[in-house]
Design a protein around this ligand. Structure first.
Ligand SMILES: Cc1cc2nc3c(=O)[nH]c(=O)nc-3n(C[C@H](O)[C@H](O)[C@H](O)COP(=O)(O)OP(=O)(O)OC[C@H]3O[C@@H](n4cnc5c(N)ncnc54)[C@H](O)[C@@H]3O)c2cc1C
Length: 411
């Protein structure tokens, strides 16, 4: 059985190992002159491989389509991934009891181990080779046309990743290959990406971060995320914002003109709690300035901006705080309104929302329902998770399952 894999990311390498161990002859084609650049960059170079959430919670984090992952997680869950890496002399650890990293904290150790194993299994890696067209005959994969000639294939895996970070190999060619074989692509949108706001005040706070805040889309039943938020020159970013950005991307694509109203809770106190706090300050700490009071809860630069937005005087004593002013301040602190007009776009989108329609892929094998011998794994399909090890686990698990499925046909 001759397996050609397009893409040397975690999905492609994981598939190569599973298939080659099962007896397949594997060739990996990679368009760049270095393999797996996203894996190397992941987790800021530390590589947040996975996390220790329970299976159902893990799948729920991927939204409505999360259940599609079950067979892949059966094939390789977080412990399975850790065991596989341990077997390649890459021990892992979870310093916070949730997120899992290589014990060395170096993604390059993970990549080196995967490549060494591919080499040991005689899986051939063709760098600087771009896949151009999948050749299908009688509803079955036959070959792959590449920039370096034609490769015959009994089975072919498209593991080309998503559109984000073009400098690390992101692009649209995988969608073109899938379309060319009759597959439907759910429109790709940037996810895990910073947001651009119409308001300019976040820019005045650029660099300021809040450890525990909340961002919510302003619509009944719409999503909200709690966590760290970072103000940027263009708007907002940070883990809570990144995690909600895919939902916002989808809404932006639907709305014309593109805008989504959100609210930021700058601390976890609600409006009532803030009103009580301001009232207490007015009565018992009247000499304190409003700025001094706010600085106890949020960074001073943001406190000044809150006062500006609420039309209050940062330097005024709490004793002089009027009821209307207090209400305006409490309202900003518990729900500062922002109008999101866009995302920072593909150059900084860590994952892609959208991709190959899951309805056309069999979750038990990841084989196409349209073309025999054609498989999909990793970010190319219409599944994306939040930050925190979700997307790498999916890439490894789905690659592993596809590799096993191919090797089951060997012999
Ligand atoms: C900066 C950054 C940090 C991240 N950190 C984390 C993290 O800590 N934890 C986490 O879970 N996720 C993280 N992610 C997301 C994670 O890296 C991806 O979801 C994952 O790499 C997807 O794996 P993949 O194998 O599907 O695709 P990729 O890793 O994108 O690999 C696809 C490969 O296919 C190649 N390719 C594409 N088209 C062709 C073609 N036509 N011919 C030949 N080759 C082609 C590409 O060059 C690329 O090397 C991060 C992403 C980024 C960008």
């Amino acid at each position: 059985m001759n397996l050609v894999i397009i893409g040397s990311g975690p999905a492609g390498l994981s598939a190569a190992i599973a298939a080659a161990r099962g007896g397949a002859a594997v060739t990996i084609v990679e368009q760049l002159d270095k393999p797996a650049l996203k894996l190397l960059a992941s987790g800021g170079g530390r590589c947040n491989l996975t996390n220790l959430l329970a299976r159902d919670e893990f799948m729920r984090a991927f939204g409505r389509r999360g259940g599609f992952m079950r067979p892949a997680l059966d094939a390789m869950d977080a412990q399975g991934l850790r065991n596989m890496l341990e077997g390649l002399n890459v021990p892992t650890e979870s310093p916070d009891g949730v997120h899992v990293y290589p014990a060395s904290n170096r993604s390059k150790d993970v990549l080196a181990a995967l490549l060494t194993e591919c080499d040991r299994l005689n899986a051939r890696l063709m760098l600087a080779t771009r896949a151009r067209e999948v050749v299908v005959h009688d509803g079955r994969v036959e070959a792959l046309q590449t920039s370096n000639g034609v490769l015959r294939a009994d089975a072919l895996l498209i593991a080309t990743g998503g559109r984000g970070y073009p400098q690390l190999g992101g692009g649209e060619s995988g969608y073109g290959l899938a379309r060319g074989t009759g597959h439907r692509i759910i429109e790709p949108k940037p996810a895990l990406v910073g947001l651009v706001t119409r308001e300019t005040w976040p820019g005045a706070c650029a660099g300021v971060s809040l450890n525990d805040a909340e961002i919510a889309i302003n619509a009944k039943g719409a999503s909200r995320r709690r966590g760290a938020i970072l103000f940027t020159h263009k708007g907002v970013s940070g883990p809570a914002v990144l995690d909600i950005s895919g939902d916002i991307s989808e809404l932006l694509a639907k709305h014309a003109p593109a805008k989504v109203e959100v609210r930021l809770k700058l601390t976890l106190d609600d409006e009532r709690a803030w009103l009580a706090r301001l009232d207490e300050a007015r009565r018992s700490h009247g000499k304190k300035t409003l700025g001094g009071l706010l600085s106890e809860a949020i960074p001073a630069r943001l406190g000044r901006t809150v006062c500006d937005l609420a039309g209050a005087d940062w330097a005024a004593r709490c004793a002089h705080l009027g009821a209307v002013e207090a209400k305006r301040i409490a309202a900003v602190l518990s729900g500062a309104p922002l109008t999101v007009t866009g995302t920072e776009g593909w150059p900084s989108a860590m994952v892609t929302r959208g991709g190959v329609d899951l309805a056309q892929v069999d979750p038990k094998t990841l084989e196409s329902r349209l073309v025999r011998g054609l498989y999909f794994a990793g970010e190319i399909v219409d599944l994306d998770g939040p930050s925190g090890g979700f997307n790498l686990q999916w890439a490894f698990s789905s690659g592993w399952l596809a590799g096993l499925a191919v090797s089951n046909n060997c012999g």
